[in-house]
Design a protein around this ligand. Sequence first.
Ligand SMILES: [Zn+2]
Length: 417
Amino acid sequence: MVGMMFCLALTAGESAKAQSVNNQEEQVHISAARTAGDLKQARFVLDISGPMPFTAFLLQKPYRLVMDLPAVSFEMAQGIAQVERGLVSNFRFGVINEGRSRVVLDLKGPARIAKAFGLPSVDGNPARAVVELEAVSEQQFTASSLQEVLHVGRNGKRSSQSKLVESVPLPRARAKNGRPVVVLDPGHGGIDTGAVSASGVKESALVLKFAKVLKKHLEAEAGVQVILTRESDKFISLGGRVNFAQAREADLFISIHADSVRESYVRGATVYTLSDRASDQVSAQLAQRENRSDLLAGMHIEEEDDVVADILISLTRRETANHSALYSRTLVGALKNSVRLSKTPARSAGFRVLKAPDIPSVLLELGFLSNRQDQSALTSKAWQEKAIRSIVASVKRFFAKRGSQQTGLLGPSKPRG
Ligand SMILES: [Zn+2]
């Protein structure tokens, strides 16, 4: 059986390797992208500044073509209208990890890659990376296309073919010197920017900056060790974020977001914990949107609709849920003295990023970028300082409470590997 994470979720080592390879070559610029063809056959073309190796593969649910490229710069003047035609219904591109970029095309139906190749620059025309698609039946797709990765070399020729393989789990963390480990998880990044406000503020950039400042204060004032799931604008899958926290034996996981919701009147900080049934309709929609992150980025995800229900069953998990609820209350209590909270500040829904069975986890919406007042609060230094002071206080209080509770499985006497 294959797990949820595939080779696309790069480990730190792999990404470093990709980076060093890339540094030896000049960065490729992509100046245009277009699709020609119809619903039966389509040819997708990227205009590129020079030779570029790439890989291409297909995914289903929904059907997508993914092209993985070295770190390129996208400088496309034309709109996406030239791509979204024929078999192609949707087009995204961006950084997927340090040293790597990705293009994702949503397809209108099952297809196979008929050809993938590169063309050199001729007569002043730019070099090109080309993928040709052919519509196939669902059965044909399942039989052949899925999980096949085509590699095209710098010379434009198909170099090899491989299968999508499961990623290797991250190595266990080293000893922790007795300080609790808090993993801060700035939401979204890279190809998935998250919410974007009317004035262009990006959730992924806002929460990253916030998390970096918060880390400094937590380490200086709360006696904890803090690790960020990402320090730059890169994509990490939801499962990758959970694995990251587990590999580092986190004692607390805080995912930080500033999302948009359809209801633009919704505003104020909100703390979410995991539940199989959402506390309200807005939360249900929010979790659904958040859980689409991997899909948007062209990750191969397994069906796992029952996963949230499952993880609430076992004893460890119930214990973890209690601790998550304890931290949620502590955080809401601290925030309420300093910043505006939403009408119901403690909510729950099926967020996949909160599913570590053994780590108390919350998702903090600093506020909502879909609300104008929230947007100006969140981008002001005064607001950020107040919020950070409260979060630091909540973390201190949480570990103090837990220290005095001695609650079995997750108590402070937990052995360290
Ligand atoms: Zn978000």
